[in-house]
Structures are given as structure tokens and as C-alpha cells.
Design a protein around this ligand. Structure first.
Ligand SMILES: NC(=O)c1ccc[n+]([C@@H]2O[C@H](COP(=O)([O-])OP(=O)(O)OC[C@H]3O[C@@H](n4cnc5c(N)ncnc54)[C@H](OP(=O)(O)O)[C@@H]3O)[C@@H](O)[C@H]2O)c1
Length: 185
């Protein structure tokens, strides 16, 4: 939680736990329409979207959503010149509570959508993490879901080590090998 706000994470990862390739590009092999529909409807019920400067969910409703964009280009909190509903936020200079208050948001869930460092920063705070897996995709040398993911730790290991527990896995798109596991604190 952050104050009264639930904190929920959303990611789609390859079988080897990656969210993008080594160049920071999300490959087609982990893009899926059913997962996108799930993500977009979840983000519609979020009060605030949080992500790093290289991430953005896109879609026709994205501009309407209140958001915090992490960057070290500002010392604390500043207007985002490219999105009127967004603020630039450096967690080294302002708390999450301060950033959310500055957006004028008083209640509702916070949706964290990446990338790697941002997903890692919120590990102590997630109430829920929605982990979608593209089981047919591998991204050697890619960007991991969390900084800790690698040869000795899977995304599931990291979530379990931070006190989250999985609900039963369900199919999002069985033909494409896309599954969703919701982890709860
Ligand atoms: N598969 C998925 O679910 C998923 C999810 C998210 C993203 N992605 C993909 O992953 C790729 C980008 O990921 P990424 O990890 O490179 O980028 P990212 O987190 O979106 O952006 C990184 C930038 O965010 C800022 N930042 C990150 N941590 C910060 C901190 N603690 N304090 C202040 N600023 C911070 C920095 O911006 P400055 O350089 O301005 O300081 C950093 O360069 C894209 O292809 C995206 O589509 C995939």
C-alpha cells in the first residue's frame, strides 16, 4: 500500500523472465492481444499509472490517465511537458505520497507497469502483481522483469522472496501459450 492506495504491478514476460530485448525493445514474441485487452481494462480502473521514462502503455485511452513518469532529469517533481495528465517524478527527491498528492489523486489503485528498475523499486509495496507469461518466447540477453532475475532467480522466486503468494495460473490465450498468475501479499 501507499497510504490508502493499493499497489498493483503488471508485466508480460518471456519463459526466461524478460520484459524486453537487450536494446530495450519489447519483441513481438511477448506481445499478445488478449493480454493487451486485460492490461488496458485494468489500467482503466487505476487511479495512477507509474512507469519509467522508456515505458508507456499506449492505446486510445492512455492520454486520459493520470501518471507518474520516473526520471532523474528532475530533482523531485515537475510537470511533464509532453503529457498534461502526467508528472515527472524522481523518487530520490520526493516520496510516492507527495507525488500522488501533487497529481490531485486521493484514492484508488496505483498501477506499476515497468520497466526493470521501476518494477524492482516497488517490490516491498505490491499488494498484487499480475504476472503474464509468454511461455513460447525466450529473449536471451534481454532486460529482466526485476533486477534480481537471472540464472539463479526467476520472477516467481523474487515475488515469493518479497512475501507474495500465487493464485492458480489461468489461460489468457491458450493457443499462444499465454498464462496469467496473480500474486497477492
Ligand atoms: N513486458 C513488459 O511487461 C514491459 C513492461 C515495461 C516495459 N517494457 C519494455 O521495456 C523497455 C524499457 O524498459 P526499461 O527498463 O529500459 O525502461 P523504463 O523503466 O521505462 O525507463 C528507464 C528510465 O526510467 C527512469 N528511472 C528508472 N528508475 C528510476 C529511478 N529509480 N529513479 C529515477 N528515474 C528512474 C530513468 O529515466 P532517465 O534516464 O530520464 O533518468 C531510466 O532511464 C521498453 O521496450 C518497454 O516497452 C516491457
Amino acid at each position: 500500500m501507499i497510504g490508502p492506495h493499493r499497489v498493483e504491478g503488471y508485466a508480460i514476460v518471456s519463459a526466461d523472465g524478460m520484459i524486453a530485448d537487450g536494446n530495450g525493445v519489447m519483441p513481438q514474441s511477448i506481445r499478445n492481444d488478449a493480454d493487451q485487452r486485460f492490461l488496458q481494462s485494468e489500467l482503466d480502473r487505476a487511479a495512477v499509472i507509474v512507469h519509467g521514462r522508456h515505458s508507456y502503455e499506449g492505446g486510445p485511452r492512455a492520454a486520459r490517465r493520470k501518471r507518474l513518469v520516473l526520471t532523474r532529469a528532475t530533482p523531485s517533481i515537475a510537470p511533464d511537458p509532453s503529457h498534461s495528465n502526467a508528472l515527472l517524478w524522481n523518487p530520490a527527491g520526493a516520496t510516492p505520497e507527495e507525488a500522488i498528492a501533487k497529481l490531485g489523486v486521493r484514492g484508488g489503485p496505483i498501477a506499476v507497469i515497468g520497466g526493470t528498475e521501476v518494477f524492482g523499486l516497488f517490490l516491498p509495496l505490491y499488494d498484487t502483481f499480475h504476472l503474464t507469461r509468454a511461455s513460447n518466447a525466450k529473449i536471451p540477453g534481454g532486460r529482466p522483469l526485476f533486477p534480481q532475475v537471472g540464472p539463479h532467480a526467476t520472477p516467481e522466486d523474487v515475488l515469493a522472496n518479497h512475501g507474495l503468494r500465487p493464485a492458480p495460473r489461468r489461460d489468457v490465450d491458450a493457443n499462444a501459450g499465454i498464462t496469467l498468475t496473480t500474486w497477492q501479499r
